[in-house]
Ligand binder design. Sequence first.
Ligand SMILES: Cc1ncc(COP(=O)(O)O)c(C=O)c1O
Length: 279
Amino acid sequence: MTKFLLALLGFTLGAGFFSIAFGVAFALIGGFIGWGIDARTKSFREQAAAKSGAGPAQAARIRQDTAGAASAETQAEIAALKKKYGAWLLVDEAHSMGVMGESGRGMVEAASVEQDVDFIVGTFSKSLGSIGGFCVSNHPELDLVRYICRSYVFTASPSPSTIASVREALRVIQSKPKLRTRLWQNATLLYQGLKDLGFEVGPDLSPVVAIRTPSRETTLIAWKALLDKGIYVNLVFPPAAPAGMSLLRCSVSAAHTVNQINCILEAFSELHHIMTERE
Ligand SMILES: Cc1ncc(COP(=O)(O)O)c(C=O)c1O
């Protein structure tokens, strides 16, 4: 990708970019995005449906960004839909950069669809352990975003120390593929271990393992019990989870040892009775 933007946060860049690409301000760069003047009044989904003659369900699929680490098959399927309907494709690699693909470039590398993707956004705050975000593209018009994306224009640039740490983290990702191998071994150990214990985990194997819990109260009780054993996991409630759903989210790294993962599995097994009972 030849053009890039950097920002203080992946979220603000992604949200600002989305509002331009798929929202009201979109017509300003209508030629560039390719949906024409209709963009002023119609959502991307409506335009996709009108342009392609596809039903709303198909159009919705085209719009789907791949936040979270979508499987290579899903990614390839979305790229094929994009080609079929002449849509533009933006991929959020927040959860997959440094983690997926032979050289760690993410989902699009894993699915061999890099040439089909128009925009890639991502964050420095996950695998790179820093802060900030980026958007890259081969479209020269990406430069226009510098002037019309409000969340980009009206904020400071990332600091030199941030950029230096991101560059170093990228160097590590590129030069130490063994870290990725160990990461996936650890992720598999935890994901499969929790599954074997009877917990409801997400559909796809990933270094972020989400465990569904029966209720908000149970989630808090389990979270505290794990913390008391020295295990920190994230609490996920709506709106971060779908309405009515609560999750515990474990993040596995290449630095975890097999012993540590076994300890985590043991701690979860002690919570099995409260975590699996249904309301
Ligand atoms: C899918 C996804 N995209 C983008 C972001 C934004 O990242 P940040 O604002 O931390 O740079 C996040 C953060 O959690 C995310 O999960």
